[in-house]
Ligand binder design. Structure first.
Ligand code: 5RP
Length: 263
């Protein structure tokens, strides 16, 4: 692997081989998502606790100070909306040159295995990897996005493996039963999305299950920024991912921080 690419990936995945990525890219097809109405307000207090920030170039330019040292994972696929008939109708929306100008540490693109535009999104992943390899920019493949997909180990394993075969340097997917099989069959690091907002303890459980079954970490959005106490929540997630805290201890930490904040 090229030194620059390796160096960028190492800025995202820390020395303990774990990472807490903060995903705030939802607006690229959902518009003003709850909790992200004013992105700067949401992002600023969370940034010190994020190992990287995943977002679009529009939100990066408008809502993140350029003196940040937090690695940026730039979403470079899109072209659809929540109103689109077919969510998989995505293409590459940002050039690699623009990603380099923005000094990002990685680029992210969704693949839609089993959907109408599967072929285009998978070929786009390969093309993006070619570009990334040229300039030393790692590529994150975001898998298994779709309304009607059954998110089991067989399907998620298929998605992650295809992403890795196309050359993705790390993969984002969903947690599922038998998750260790997904990880075992994928030769690159796997991080999980948090999914829809659930009670904090459930989200901490999800993070715990994921890392204890082989995930490199989380790329979590709504379960952090839609929490009543986003900073307390990201700190609790960090305790699980980086300190191997139990769910109970992480939840205690969350409640304690919440109490302090409400004093
Ligand atoms: C959408 C994405 C989002 O970043 C992702 O789903 C993570 O956020 P959440 O934890 O809210 O699910 O990549 O395609």
């Amino acid at each position: 692997m090229c030194w620059g690419l390796d160096n960028r990936l190492n800025r995202i995945i820390k020395q303990d081989n774990r990472t807490v990525m903060l995903a705030v890219d939802h607006g690229y097809f959902l518009g003003p998502t709850t909790g992200l109405e004013v992105p700067k307000k949401t992002i600023e207090p969370l940034l010190p606790y994020a190992d990287s920030l995943m977002l679009t170039r529009g939100i990066l330019r408008t809502s993140v100070d350029s003196d940040t040292s937090v690695p940026i994972v730039l979403r470079v696929s899109g072209g659809n909306s929540i109103l689109s008939k077919e969510l998989s109708d995505e293409d590459i929306t940002v050039s690699m040159e623009e990603a380099i100008r923005l000094n990002v540490s990685a680029v992210a693109l969704s693949i839609y295995v089993g959907s109408e535009y599967e072929h285009r999104t998978i070929v786009n992943l390969s093309k993006l990897v070619d570009e990334g390899e040229k300039y030393g920019i790692p590529v994150l493949a975001v898998t298994a996005v779709g309304r009607e997909m059954i998110r089991d180990a067989k399907y998620l394993g298929l998605c992650c493996r295809i992403a890795a075969e196309m050359g993705a340097h790390f993969v984002k997917t969903y947690y599922c039963e038998d998750f260790e099989k997904v990880v075992k069959n994928c030769p690159v690091p796997v991080v999980i999305a948090g999914g829809k907002k659930t009670p904090e303890k459930d989200a901490l459980n999800l993070a715990f299950d994921a890392v204890s079954h082989g995930a490199t970490g989380v790329d979590m959005g709504r379960n952090i920024f839609q929490s009543e106490n986003p900073v307390a929540m990201i700190k609790a997630v960090r305790a699980i991912v980086h300190e191997n805290a139990s769910v109970d201890d992480a939840y205690k930490l969350f409640k304690g921080l919440e109490k302090e904040q409400n004093k």
